[in-house]
Design a protein around this ligand. Structure first.
Ligand SMILES: [Mn+2]
Length: 464
């Protein structure tokens, strides 16, 4: 490692550098201006010989040294860069200036320009954002302080964003599961939702809307009251608080509202609350929130804001990779693996489509098999199908540069069942009864050939 040599134009900028906090190992050089006193700013020494070839030679430069020139004067910077280039033509130079542009500077082998006060400005703006979030947190805490029990209401069959955000809100309020239960009007069912709840041991209390009367305080997270229908119970028409990223709806009163539709996930808002209030974020909470942002934005894909990126980065350094793996790759039951083994013996990739038919399996096996199936050589599409209860359930994955999986699945289930999804992932459900009505039988062979034909047709169908 070479030295880092900072050269400041005049005592004022030298003192500014010290105030910001000179880095350990930085060599601080200063060149007095003509009119100014030659009193040495603390920590600095003068560049003997000034901004000249001799001046830089006296530093006994080494090719591994790097430099920063701090000035708002064009001539000063041009002289400095040219003089250094004569001594070390490839020396890396950082130019800190708030008034000059790249065009004002001579070309140099390795030069990067940035602002000096703008760097500080960005940090200060970020601090003010934290301050605004802290104000929201304090309002929320003040509002709910006197309540014995605060219900945190999520949507029915809450998704990872709702669950993680509710879990984080409880931490922000410094409450426990007894004093701030997570509530839903419907069971946690979908495999990805269950996976989060099971891996983190989060309780979601399922109750009837009328039971909300038992709660002294009520906060809605990742949902607004209109989702629960037009005929709202009284308790939902007037709530204490709502924190959400869906478009703002009317028809209810809330004392506190924080609705940010440009955010990709409510978990991002809660991450900002945690940071602003300096609430401890342990690996479990960080993992839950990270998974929430990942799943709501489809891994920082569409509808992702800068705030989502910043929250993701903050959480990423704190999460537990092992825990995240357990959520994303839940343990497969042995009979699920056996079903996969049997399906693999009939495996083939035809027209870039890889279909695996599993027979009767636990539902969460199906999406994991679909992930695996996409890894087959030549596969652009993977379909894993299985029988769950009285339905044929299938998960679909694709490589991303073909037709959207959601559109294809909607075409496949048209008139038979339900389905949908995103660009690269989708799911369909066809009741066996409806399947048999069209195809006669629902054995594995028939399911395979029926799905194959339906997918070929749907994938090739012209976009309307
Ligand atoms: Mn959400």
């Amino acid at each position: 490692m070479g030295r880092r040599i900072i050269v400041c134009d005049g005592a004022e900028l030298a003192r500014l550098w010290t105030r910001i906090g000179a880095g350990v190992g930085e060599e601080l050089m200063w060149i007095p201006r003509e009119q100014e006193s030659r009193a040495r700013p603390p920590g600095f020494r003068a560049l003997q010989g000034g901004l000249s070839e001799e001046g830089f030679l006296k530093l006994e430069p080494h090719p591994s040294d790097e430099y920063a020139f701090v000035s708002d004067e064009g001539p000063w910077l041009r002289t400095a860069i040219r003089a250094l280039a004569k001594v070390e033509p490839n020396a890396p130079v950082l130019v800190l200036t708030d008034t000059l542009s790249d065009e004002d500077l001579p070309s140099h082998a390795c030069l990067r320009r940035t602002g000096l006060t703008t760097l500080i400005r960005d940090d200060i703006d970020e601090e003010f954002d934290h301050l605004a979030n802290l104000l929201r947190v304090e309002k929320l805490r003040g509002l709910l302080d006197q309540c014995d029990r605060v219900g945190i209401l999520l949507q029915p069959d809450p998704d990872p964003d709702g669950i993680a955000s509710g879990y984080a809100l409880r931490a922000v309020l410094s409450r426990k599961r007894t004093t701030a239960p997570l509530i839903s009007f419907g069971e946690v069912q979908r495999p990805e939702n269950r996976a989060l709840v099971d891996a983190l041991g989060i309780d979601v209390l399922v109750m009837e809307p009328k039971e909300l009367e038992k709660m002294d305080g009520l906060v809605l997270v990742d949902v607004q009251p209109n989702v629960f229908g037009d005929d709202l119970p009284d308790r939902l028409q007037s709530i204490d608080a709502v924190v959400d990223h869906h478009p703002e709806r009317t028809g209810y009163d809330a004392v506190f509202r924080d609705i940010r539709p440009n955010y990709g996930a409510t978990a991002t808002i809660l991450t900002e609350y945690l940071r602003a209030s300096k609430t401890e974020v342990g690996p479990r909470l960080a993992t839950a929130l990270l998974y929430a942002i990942k799943s709501d934005t489809q891994y920082l894909g569409r509808e992702t804001s800068r705030n989502d990126m910043a929250a993701f980065a903050y959480l990423h350094t704190r999460h537990s990779p092992a825990l995240l793996r357990r959520i994303e790759r839940p343990a497969l039951p042995i009979d699920g693996l056996r079903a996969l083994g049997r399906a693999l013996t009939r495996s083939e990739v035809r027209d870039n489509i890889h279909i695996l038919v599993l027979g009767r399996v636990r539902e969460d096996v199906i999406p994991q098999v679909a992930d695996l199936a996409l890894q087959a050589e030549g596969a652009e599409w993977a379909v894993a199908a299985g029988i769950v209860g009285s339905d044929l359930v299938f998960s679909v994955r694709n490589v991303g540069y073909v037709r959207a999986a959601g559109d294809v699945v909607r075409a496949v289930v048209e008139g038979l069942g339900v389905g949908g999804g995103h660009r690269t992932m989708a799911k369909g459900i066809i009741p066996l009864q409806a399947f048999r009505k069209v195809y006669g039988r629902a054995d594995k062979e028939q399911v395979r050939s029926a799905l194959f034909d339906a997918f070929i047709r749907a994938i090739r169908r012209k976009e309307d």
